[in-house]
Structure formats: structure tokens, C-alpha cells
Write a new protein. Structure first.
Length: 343
């Protein structure tokens, strides 16, 4: 791709994930969006639906082509509700690379997938998907043809836990207390997820049943010798963007804050988008960016690790573009060095 741009298709461009893909890829120096679909907005200008893009593109939303086998693109992003990519991805030309932002291809076990998503696996193509957590799976992503982009909660949690799991020093339970903003529920309001309901409220949801739990456990088994019990709880924050995860761990030996810091600095020494911060991460400083901010502390054998991401960028579209960059042999930070706002 050194002498030409990456030809891109976006399926599902009207939601928050699709909007962020457009925002990032329209300014990406190595990408050209060939088609963006949104069946309910077909025929409308992109800038009329996503007002933040008004005047920045003349693109029009299309309906999804009936015959995907003739689609001439290098990579297709799927930012559709769970279940829709399962039937669409197998229809694409064999040369087209795929990055799916839904949960359709994240879980290897068909039974667990059925339990959490109430759907059946796509068949043989499922085994070809590589899990797209860039910082832990970089080399596999480089040579991948199909990417299952991680969930937003999974991204924040896995980036917080992976260095300690890799260290082999953990013992006992791992407790994760994770909180998210209302944009994580999608662009269409529902009774309990609509922002006016959430803006002055705080509550837990999906205790012990969140679909990102098996995804987190599956990947931690790939990162290291993970035999710990994971307790994972999710909460609704009265903000629109951002995820904050507090992870409570216990080690088999006494460690200092310097020891923990060295473990994280070593693990993420090649990771531009992971920043080790003093004090606490703050979702304000990662909003609209592809960064994950992490802080860690210990009092000996007990450890707490905090992480913060933008659920729509590092937790979705930004990470997807980061994976695209790797798949096409360009610097993984290309088009993603977005600065946050203050505040």
C-alpha cells in the first residue's frame, strides 16, 4: 500500500462507532473511504446526519450493496449491531480484509457465544478471526486478514490487567469495577440508557452476566497463566463518553510501587497509546483520543490498577483504525495522534 491509499468500506456509518470511524478515516493520510452505508439514512449527506462532519465531506450514505462479492475495497469495517456481520462477512471477496467492531467474532467457544449473545457462530470463518487488542496481540494482527475488534469494557480491563497476568505474580480473585458513559449504549435511546435518564443517576447493570466477561477471560488465558477468578461489575456513569476501570488484585509476594511501575513500563514500552500517569487517570484527558491512561498502586501484596479510555475511540473506532494500520504495514499511530480537550 506504499504507493496508493487503502480503499475502505464502512458498514453502519450512522451510529456512534460509524461516526467516529468517519471522523478518523476522513483525515487519515493513507485511507480513502469508498462507501459508507446506513440503510435508514440512505441518500442523505454524511454531514447532515453527523453535524460534526458538516462541510468536511461530500459523501452520501448508501444502502448496503446486495452483492458484496463484487465490492472493490481493501478493508471493510463493520460497525453494525451484534449479529449482522455474521452473515455479511462471508459474502465479501476473499481479498477484502475485515475489522468487525461488534461481538460477532470475539469468542472462540460456540457455546459461550450462544449463551451471551443468543446467536450461532458463523462457521469455519470464525477460526480465522484474530483478537484485535493491539498492545497485546500486535504481531498476530500484522498478518491477520480478519480482526475481531475488542469491546470497550474489555479494552480498558485487559490493558489494566495484562501486565500483571503476564508477570505470573497474581493470586486469588481479581475484582474489576468498571463504569461507562451513555454513548456506550448506542445512538438510539432506550428507556434505561437514554442520556436524560442517566445524566443525574448512577447504577449497576448486568451483574455477572456482561458479555465482555468471557471475552476478557479468553484473552487473559492467551496473555499468561491465568487461573484467577474474575469478578467483573459494570456501572452507568452520568457522562456521555469514557470508561473508568478500577481493578483490585493480590500478589504472591510483596511489591513496591516502583516494582509495579517497572512491570507496566516494561510491558508497554512499545505502546504509544498507553500512558502511565501519576495520581489517577481521568476520562477528561482521554476523551476523543486513542489513549489509555493507567495508574497502579500497592501496599505490599494488594494492588489497585486504574485505567481510563474513550469508549468510542480506543474502545472502538480508534483501535479499529490502529489495527488497520498494522494490517497494511504502516505506522500504527497514523491518523490517530488526536489530542484531547482541556477539559
Amino acid at each position: 500500500m506504499a504507493n496508493s491509499k487503502i480503499r475502505v468500506a464502512i458498514f453502519g456509518g450512522s451510529g456512534y462507532g460509524g461516526s467516529e470511524l468517519l471522523r478518523i478515516l476522513l483525515a487519515h493520510p493513507s485511507a480513502e473511504i469508498v462507501i459508507v452505508t446506513a440503510n435508514e439514512h440512505a441518500g442523505k449527506p454524511v454531514g447532515a446526519v453527523h453535524k460534526n462532519l458538516f462541510g468536511l465531506t461530500k459523501m452520501i450514505f448508501d444502502t448496503a450493496p446486495e452483492d458484496l462479492s463484487s465490492l472493490d475495497v481493501d478493508v471493510a469495517f463493520f460497525a453494525l449491531p451484534h449479529g449482522q456481520a455474521l452473515s455479511l462477512v462471508p459474502q465479501l471477496p476473499s481479498k477484502t480484509k475485515v475489522i468487525d467492531l461488534s461481538g460477532d467474532f470475539r469468542l472462540d467457544d460456540a457455546g459461550i457465544f450462544k449463551e451471551f449473545y443468543k446467536l450461532d457462530h458463523a462457521g469455519a470463518i470464525q477460526s480465522e478471526f484474530v483478537y484485535g487488542l493491539t498492545e497485546t496481540n500486535r504481531e498476530a494482527i500484522r498478518s491477520a486478514h480478519y480482526i475481531a475488534n475488542p469491546g470497550c469494557f474489555a479494552t480498558a480491563t485487559l490493558l489494566a490487567l495484562s501486565p500483571m497476568v503476564k508477570s505470573g505474580l497474581l493470586t486469588g480473585k481479581i475484582v474489576v469495577d468498571a463504569k461507562t458513559g451513555s454513548s456506550g449504549s448506542g445512538a438510539k435511546p432506550a428507556a434505561n440508557t437514554h442520556h436524560p435518564q442517566r445524566m443525574n443517576s448512577f447504577y449497576a447493570y448486568k451483574p455477572f452476566t456482561h458479555q465482555h466477561v468471557p471475552e476478557i477471560e479468553q484473552h487473559l488465558h492467551q496473555v499468561g497463566d491465568f487461573e484467577n477468578e474474575l469478578i467483573f461489575m459494570t456501572h452507568s456513569l452520568p457522562v456521555s463518553r469514557g470508561i473508568f476501570a478500577s481493578c483490585y488484585l493480590e500478589t504472591s509476594v510483596n511489591l513496591t510501587n516502583e516494582d509495579i511501575g517497572n512491570i507496566y513500563e516494561s510491558f508497554y514500552q512499545e505502546a504509544f497509546f498507553v500512558r502511565m500517569v501519576d495520581g489517577s487517570p481521568d476520562i477528561n484527558w482521554v476523551k476523543t483520543t486513542n489513549f489509555c491512561d493507567i495508574a497502579s498502586y500497592t501496599n505490599g501484596k494488594q494492588i489497585v490498577v486504574f485505567s481510563a479510555i474513550d469508549n468510542l475511540v480506543k474502545g472502538a473506532a480508534g483501535q479499529a483504525v490502529q489495527n488497520m494500520n498494522l494490517m497494511f504495514g504502516i505506522d500504527e499511530t497514523t491518523g490517530l495522534r488526536m489530542m484531547g480537550t482541556n477539559p
